[in-house]
Design a protein around this ligand. Structure first.
Ligand SMILES: [Zn+2]
Length: 73
């Protein structure tokens, strides 16, 4: 599963929701989110366009090699 995490777009920038990379301490767009964000401002935040684009690709990608469902030869 992927986890959403609110953080700034860039230092001093707008607050957006990023998608955390699997087994990594950074977002799909390569950002490390240092500071905590309060819930009220996180609720008004938009979505990181880079993360959303990469997340969409991950969701539509074929199953990884080695997946039991993907062996048909
Ligand atoms: Zn992002």
């Amino acid at each position: 599963m992927y986890e959403m995490c609110a953080g700034v777009d860039k230092p001093g920038g707008a607050l957006v929701w990023h998608v955390m990379a699997k087994n990594a301490a950074r977002t799909l767009c390569g950002r490390r989110l240092g500071q905590r964000v309060d819930g009220a401002s996180a609720q008004r935040a938009g979505h990181c366009s880079t993360c959303m684009a990469l997340f969409g690709k991950l969701m539509t990608a074929p199953p990884a090699v080695g997946s039991p469902a993907g062996t048909d030869h």
